[in-house]
Each structure stands twice: as C-alpha cells, then as structure tokens.
Design a protein around this ligand. Sequence first.
Ligand code: CTP
Ligand code: MG
Length: 228
Amino acid sequence: MQTEVIVVAAGSGTRMGSAMKKQYLPLDGAPILVRTLQTLAACPTVHRIVLVVASEDVPYITELIEAYYLSKIGDVVAGGRERQDSVRNGIAALLHDTEFVAVHDAARPLVTPEEVEAVLTAAKMFGAATLGVKVKDTIKRVDQGQVRETLQRSDLWAVHTPQAFRCEWLAEAHMRAWEAGYTGTDDASLVEWAGYPVSMVEGLYSNLKVTTPEDLVIAEALWRARKE
Ligand code: CTP
Ligand code: MG
C-alpha cells in the first residue's frame, strides 16, 4: 500500500513576526522544517514525501536537502496563497498509484513516528483520520466582546496534523471545495464537508504547532527533554 505525506511549508509565518520564516528557524540547532522531515522519513510506512514550499525558497530547500541528507523527498512543489491552495498543489504531485496520503504542517516538528503511524493506521481502517487532543481549557463562543455560549468541554478536541486519508477522498474533497469556493482551516474539514467520516486519533499535547514566539520556547524545551 503506497503512502505519501504532503508537508506544507509555504506559509509566511506572520504571527511569529520573525525576520526568517518560522519553518526555517532553528530547533535545537537545525531548521524546524528539517526536524519535521527527518521524523516523517523515519516512519516505516511512509514511502514518499511531497514538500510544498514558497517558490522563492526552492534553492534554499535544495541546499537543505543536501546538507542534511534528507530522504524520501520525491517532489518539491510551489505553494499557494492559502494553506488549502498549498495542499491542493501537493495533491497534484502525488503518484498515481498512491492509496493513502497524510498532510502535515512543517510547523509541527515535535510529531513522533508513533503518532504518524497511528493516524495512518486509522485512515487505512476507516478512510480518514486526524490526530487531536482533548482541550484542557473551557471554550466559550464570544461575539462583540460578549460571551454567547459555553461549549461542553468533554466533546471538544483540538486538532493537530498529520491528518490521513484515502487518496481519492482527499483529492475529491479538495477539488469540490475549490470549485464551490469552500474553505476550511484543515483538510479534515474539507473531507467532512464532502460527506466522508473522519476518525479522531488521540495524539500528544507535545505535537504543538509553532505559531507565536512562546511556542518556540516550549518546543525547544520539549525537544531537549526528549533527548535526556
Ligand atoms: N502553509 C502553506 N501555505 C500557505 C499557508 C500556510 O504551506 N499559504 C503552511 C505553513 O508553512 C505551516 C502550515 O501550513 O507549516 C500551518 O500554517 P500556519 O501555522 O498558519 O503557518 P503560516 O501561515 O506560515 O503562519 P501565519 O498564519 O502566522 O502567517
Ligand atoms: Mg497561516
């Protein structure tokens, strides 16, 4: 069963506010993107990686691949304006005989091979699956500074990547969403919208997305703690 991972790394990292794009900032001495790619390449069931980057970064990426001996990268393609556009470009670069695909944020370098394997296994059983964690905070819906609703915390999960799918489900959902102008902040939401069931796989709180400067401090501490 051929499995590929699309790694989306074509964002501009606005919320990080750093001079260098966040996916290239160092995590314990190597770029975040490199940490992410090394973990994915270490997963036995991942055959090939499609890397999506900003077109102006392609020369730098080529250097990184050589410098760090990154393996399994089958294609490097240009990203789009929104994350969803970048994933769509990645889908176009998948091999025709690939049956399962995972989509992963470059900005989640702390994902473990065990989490990747768990979400892929669930996708192979049920067709679509996402990693996530139970929310720890109480979540309220707020409108114009007023609390409108307090949600039932026991039903709520914060969603991570990778998210894994039967290739046809993801490709169909993205194509239909693009045609209909439907947008979502993750791939599972497009697959849900297309009418397919998505399973939840409980992941680790450590699989955070490096988004704002404090995430970088936490990610560094978690990474170092793992090495001890
Ligand atoms: N991404 C992408 N193409 C885009 C936007 C985002 O490939 N047009 C990628 C990012 O590089 C990141 C992942 O999608 O690995 C998750 O996005 P996010 O954390 O929002 O990253 P950015 O969009 O770069 O950050 P920001 O929203 O703060 O600008
Ligand atoms: Mg973004």
